[in-house]
Write a protein that binds this ligand. Structure first.
Ligand code: SF4
Length: 221
């Protein structure tokens, strides 16, 4: 066990990648929609879908809760799985409009209650709910994704690769001070790590963690 703490991991990532200023989006609603659309696709495709929604002046709760699903399908088509995503996004917008009136009111809920509500919507799982809570509602919750799981298993092999979402989330939340900017940037850093170095076939030679990662230490020895 090498003993790489989350704060040491973050320090090294931050030094390499700089502050990443996540999540892109001009409004909370745009961040919310982006978090829904990014499921099973690349961010580049989401950007095209968001640009279409903006171009038609549809990127607001009122319009998306009334829009015809076929019209929404055509606008978000670049994001993939567009039929399913359009149905779900439209359904969720309708529910939020009916039950809370606005996204701002929904986001006034206390964090655990907000999480419960988001998870009750068809199409929102743990990662999407927490991304919305962290980046759109701006409440500190640690987002876990496949990049984070893969890297953490390699860094500390006592962490199973199939570790449960909440178990790994508790691991971080019990070790990292709950600060919004810190949680936002830490998640962004893990995504950057996963894209640049800790890929399915890891590129440990240039990785900023190669001296504190169990897998990396063996790989560069
Ligand atoms: S050293 Fe290798 S295995 Fe460890 S985090 Fe970096 S890329 Fe992944």
């Amino acid at each position: 066990m090498v003993g790489a703490s989350p704060s040491l991991i973050y320090k090294k990532l931050r030094r390499r990648f700089g502050f990443l200023d996540w999540w892109p989006g001009d409004t909370k609603f745009e961040i919310f929609v982006g978090a829904m659309l990014t499921q099973q696709t690349s961010w580049r495709n989401v950007e095209m879908a968001i640009a279409n929604l903006k171009g038609e002046d549809c990127l607001n709760l009122k319009t998306l809760s009334n829009i015809r699903v076929q019209k929404l399908e055509s606008l978000i088509r670049p994001s993939g799985f567009y039929r399913q995503k359009a149905r779900r996004l439209s359904g969720i917008c309708k529910s939020i409009k009916k039950d809370y009136g606005s996204l701002r009111k929904l986001f006034c809920l206390e964090k655990d209650e907000l999480r419960k509500v988001l998870l009750s919507y068809n199409g929102i799982g743990n990662e999407t709910a927490d991304s919305i809570i962290l980046y759109a509602a701006e409440k500190p919750v640690f987002v876990i994704d496949a990049y984070t799981k893969r890297a953490m298993h390699r860094i500390d092999q006592s962490i199973r690769e199939d570790i449960g979402y909440e178990q790994l989330q508790n691991y971080f939340e019990s070790r990292v001070e709950k600060r919004l900017n810190l949680y936002e940037d830490m998640h962004a850093q893990f995504v950057e790590l996963g894209k640049r170095y800790c890929k399915p076939k890891p590129d440990c030679t240039g990785c900023p963690l190669n001296h504190i990662c169990e897998h990396g230490i063996r790989a560069i020895a």
